[in-house]
Design a protein around this ligand. Sequence first.
Ligand code: FRU
Length: 522
Amino acid sequence: ASFHEPYRPQFHFSPTKNWMNDPNGLLYHDGTYHLFFQHNPYGIQDGNISWGHATSHDLMHWEHQPIALLARGYPQNVTEMIFTGSAVADTNNTSGLGVDGKIPLIAIYTSAYQYAQDLPSGKSVKANQQSQSLAYSLDDGKTWSYYDALNPIIETPAAPYEDQWQNFRDPFAFWHDETQKWILVTALSDIHKLMIWTSDNLIDWTVASEFGPVNAVGGVWECPNLFPLPFKADKTGSKWVLVVGLNPGGPPGTVGSGTQYFIGDFNGTAFVPDADSAYPGNETANWMDWGPDWYAATAWNGLPEDDHVQLGWMNNWQYGSKIPTNPWRGAMAFPRHLSLKQDGEKAILLQWPHQNITELRGKERFRRSWSSLRNGVQDLGPQERLLDIELAFADQGKTTSGTSEAGIIVRATSDLKTQTRIGYDFDKKLMFVDRTKSGITDIDKTFPTIYHAPLTPDEHGIIKLRILLDWAGVEVFGGEGESTLTAQIFPFANATHVQVFSKDGSTDDVSLKISELTSIWS
Ligand code: FRU
């Protein structure tokens, strides 16, 4: 593949060819970042789900690797698909699967059984059963063996939820230092519950607690993630973040997939959300990204607590199978560094593009400030199509000037017939991405939409927007990253203009810096 096909993301990961959804088994081991992903080795549609594999030394440039975990029975008769899961390095060989001092890498994933079958372990499973299984690697992740002697290691949810065997998935495993135990979080998708398990050896798991339903409970719960982040105000010096995917049931104004989080405490057995992170009545939620295209996020195991990197799938089950790309379908969002900011007692989650983005920095294309940006649209002319944009301006408030919005338009034609509009609504205190005229929008009736995310000005009354523009999407980080919004776009080739705007009046103290980003594919 040339990796320069139309709409091929140039600084986001995508597979060489064929279908991709969730990131899986993210593991930093021995100087290498491993990325596994839900993948159809055969076609551009969902199916034959296996784990694809790629590696990186900087989270920016990726080397595609052979399929790590192939659907069982592929290609003639797929009996078991390898759904989402996680990976750890079993440094102390607690599993006993290490041989000759070699550290085993352990993947725990969901077996999605296509038929009723009797397995090599002697266990019998039903058609459409989802169970948790184990695979291991003794060559640092290059090749993997299914642990057929015992799989599945968790056949069904624990009592009293055994009847949830059809939607029991997405195990997220990690090592918990304080209790010296392995922890596993699984979803009981239909009943909006998570089950937290503990183990000494990654093989035998005991239920420790359950969580949910809390906050958003649309659709099903999937892809849970649990991790600590440094937080000084807390006795233990950290707080825990629990991430849960919903499909459908994403943020207000979106249709399809979305991701919520809770901030709280975890003692090795139970997660307890902070009072200001869980709301009665399931009416509100903390959304990790307010756009339509950020889902199934998970984090790298094997990194220090203050180097927490989260990766989302930049797509949506609502229309994911219809996006106009070929010969691949699906990309990952840009890796995000997560941290907590202290606001009194409250912890606020911040997300920011991973610092290694500096490796992709090309020329600075544009730097300009306006003490007052006049009412209307100003064309800055054609620009490169891979951009890192930093835009800041003074909050115009509600009544002072009458100015209703300010922002930037990307991938536009000079006549604005094609455009993606990114800005801030001063009255409603919302940042937005408008992709209604972004190019190819007819892939789904819900695609041409304006998306909104809450954002308040900083202590100096400044609104800040950081925008990453790739060939097929925009990611917007508001403020210090307290609000994010990711949306795919499929602009026409001639739409390369960037324009700034101020609506219904002028906007003060505007500064704009635009840098080129370079392609990760050589
Ligand atoms: C989320 C998801 C997971 C499942 C996987 C299957 O996008 O539905 O719950 O394990 O995709 O590919």
